[in-house]
Design a protein around this ligand. Structure first.
Ligand SMILES: [Zn+2]
Length: 488
C-alpha cells in the first residue's frame, strides 16, 4: 500500500526546524546538593513563601524589564518535601560541587553524539523569570560541542550537549499566587540542541528526536515516564519568522505539533517571532515574545571542572552498546521483527525486556509484545493502571511462563489482576482466576463433549472449546488436538 501524497510540500515551503531535547538523569542525588532525585514524596512538610525581586546580573545586561513585569506583585509558594529539598534547593546555602555521577553520564551522552569535550567545564547562570527557580536563575554547563548524529545517511549537526538543573514544577497559579513543587528543582537534566534541520518532513524530525532519545536511554541512567523528556522545537517556513514551541512531553506527537504549526503559520498574513507552549493534543498557545540573547552569565559560587584526556578516555571505556548494534542484535539473535525491535528499543521497559530475554527461557517476541502492544491495549481499552505493575511482577510472570506453569494466553488476565492488586503474587492471580493450565486429558474430555453436539462444525467447535478453556491452554494446542481427534 502506498502512502497518500502529502498535502503540504514541506520541501517547497522550506520548512526549517531546530530541536532542543531535555532529559532527566536518573542519578542518586541532585546536581548541586545531596537531595534525592526520586520525586516520590507527595505531602509537603512546609511551604516557603517568597517574593522575588528583579536583579541585574553581574554583567548587568539581562531582560530586566521583562523580568520586572513578570515578578511584579507575584508571591511564590514553594512546597518542601522530606529528603528531596534542602537549603541549597531553597537558595539559602551555596551550591555544592557538580555531581560527578551526573557529569559522567552527561559526558557519555556527549561522546555518543560525537561531540568535542571542552577542557574546562564552567557553570553558567541563565536568568529565569517565572519563579520556577528559587535563585532566579538556572545553572547550566556545556559538556559537549560540535557533534553529529548519523540519520538516513546524512549527518545531523549537534550544536551542544549541556548539563543543567531542572526547574521546580508548577502546581497552580491563581491571583498572583504561584505554587511550585521544589523536589524537581535541581534534578540533573541533559539538553541537546540540533543545528537547523532543512529538507526534512515533520515525520523525519520526530524520528530524529526519537533517535536522540534512544541514545539517552542507551546509557540506562535516564528517568522514564511522562514529564521526564521535554522538547522544544522551533519552526519556520519560507519568508517567515521563527516560532519556538516549548514543552512537548510526548515524543509521539512532535510531527503533529510541527504540522499544526506550519498550518497556523500558513493561515497568518504575517508570522511573528514568539514562544508558544505545547498542549497534549499537539496544538499550542502563545506564551511570550521570543527573548533576546545575553541571558547567561558566570556562576561565581562553583569552581570550574577540569577535564583531562585520562578522564575522557575513562568515560569512553564505559560507553554502552550503540543502539544501532542493539537493534541488529535484537533482530538476529532474539529474532524480533524489525518493527517490534524498534518499539522495544523505544519502550520504557527496554532494560527489563533485556533482563528477561537474557535470563528466562521464554520466546522474546512474547516478552516484547507484552511490554509494547499488550500493556498499551490494557491501558487504553480497559483502563488498567499499568503504572502499578512493578519489575517483580513481570519477573515472576515470565518465570511462570518459562516453567510452563501458565500459558501465554493467561498473561493479559494475570497482569490486569496484579495491576489492581499490586501487593499480591502471580500465584494468587492464578488461583483466584483459575488459570492453572489444563491437562491434555481434560482438554480431550472437553473436546469430546463439544464435538458430540449435533451439527457442530470445526470452526464452531474451536470457538466453543476456547471459551471453555480460556487462558488455560495454548490456542494452537486446541486446534492441534481437535484435528488429531478427528471427530469432525
Ligand atoms: Zn537539595
Amino acid at each position: 500500500v502506498r502512502d497518500l501524497p502529502e498535502q503540504i510540500n514541506y520541501k517547497k515551503l522550506k520548512l526549517k526546524c531546530g530541536l532542543e531535547i531535555h532529559q532527566q538523569l536518573d542519578t542518586k542525588h541532585k546536581l548541586f546538593c545531596n537531595c534525592s532525585t526520586a520525586m516520590q514524596e507527595r505531602e509537603p512538610i512546609t511551604i516557603v513563601k517568597r517574593k522575588q525581586h528583579p536583579m541585574a546580573s553581574e554583567l548587568g545586561e539581562i531582560d530586566v524589564a521583562a523580568q520586572y513585569e513578570y515578578l511584579r506583585d507575584r508571591t511564590f509558594n514553594y512546597q518542601v518535601f522530606p529528603n528531596e529539598v534542602c537549603l541549597v534547593c531553597l537558595d539559602e546555602e551555596p551550591p555544592h560541587e557538580v555531581n560527578k555521577e551526573a557529569l559522567d553520564i552527561a559526558l557519555q551522552i556527549a561522546l555518543l553524539l560525537n561531540c568535542q569535550i571542552p577542557n574546562e567545564i564552567h557553570v553558567m547562570r541563565k536568568t529565569v523569570i517565572d519563579g520556577s527557580n528559587t535563585s532566579g536563575f538556572q545553572r547550566t554547563m556545556v559538556v559537549g560541542l560540535n557533534g553529529f548524529l548519523k540519520y538516513k545517511g546524512k549527518k545531523i549537526e549537534i550544536t551542544h550537549v549541556n548539563l543543567e538543573e531542572d526547574a521546580a514544577a508548577i502546581v497552580k497559579e491563581e491571583n498572583g499566587n504561584v505554587t511550585y513543587r521544589l523536589n524537581r528543582l535541581g534534578v540533573p537534566l541533559i539538553e541537546v540542541g540540533t543545528g537547523l534541520l532543512i529538507g526534512y518532513t515533520p515525520e523525519d524530525i520526530q524520528d530524529i528526536a526519537f533517535t536522540i532519545g534512544l541514545i539517552f536511554r542507551s546509557t540506562s541512567k535516564v528517568k522514564h515516564g511522562l514529564g521526564t523528556v521535554r522538547q522544544d522545537v522551533n519552526v519556520s517556513i519560507k519568508d517567515g519568522e521563527r516560532v519556538e514551541i516549548k514543552g512537548v512531553q510526548d515524543l509521539g506527537i512532535l510531527a503533529k505539533v510541527i504540522k499544526l504549526e506550519v498550518e497556523r503559520q500558513l493561515s497568518l498574513p504575517k508570522v511573528v517571532k514568539e514562544t508558544r507552549s505545547a498542549n497534549e493534543d499537539g496544538t499550542t498557545n502563545f506564551t511570550r515574545p521570543l527573548p533576546g540573547a545575553a541571558r547567561m552569565y558566570p556562576e561565581t559560587d562553583i569552581k570550574p571542572v577540569f577535564i583531562d584526556k585520562k578522564y575522557v578516555d575513562g568515560i569512553r571505556k564505559t560507553l554502552p552498546e550503540p543502539w544501532t548494534k542493539k537493534l541488529s542484535r535484537f533482530k538476529s539473535k532474539l529474532r524480533l521483527p524489525d518493527q517490534l525491535a524498534k518499539q522495544i528499543l523505544r519502550s520504557d521497559y527496554l532494560e527489563l525486556f533485556e533482563k528477561i530475554a537474557e535470563t528466562k527461557k521464554v520466546e522474546p517476541t512474547i516478552v516484547a509484545n507484552t511490554f509494547t502492544s499488550l500493556l498499551k491495549d490494557l491501558e487504553r481499552r480497559e483502563n488498567v493502571k499499568i503504572e502499578n505493575l512493578a519489575e517483580k511482577h513481570f519477573l515472576e510472570l515470565f518465570d511462570y511462563l518459562a516453567k510452563k506453569k501458565i500459558v501465554k494466553e493467561a498473561v493479559p488476565d494475570i497482569l490486569k489482576y496484579l495491576a489492581s492488586k499490586p501487593q499480591e503474587t502471580v500465584a494468587d492471580a492464578i488461583g483466584e482466576l483459575g488459570l492453572k493450565p489444563i491437562s491434555l486429558e481434560e482438554l480431550k474430555n472437553i473436546i469430546n463433549d463439544v464435538t458430540a453436539q449435533p451439527g457442530i462444525t470445526f470452526d464452531k467447535a474451536v470457538g466453543l472449546v476456547m471459551s471453555k478453556v480460556r487462558g488455560r491452554v495454548d490456542a494452537q494446542m486446541v486446534i492441534k488436538t481437535l484435528k488429531r481427534l478427528r471427530r469432525i
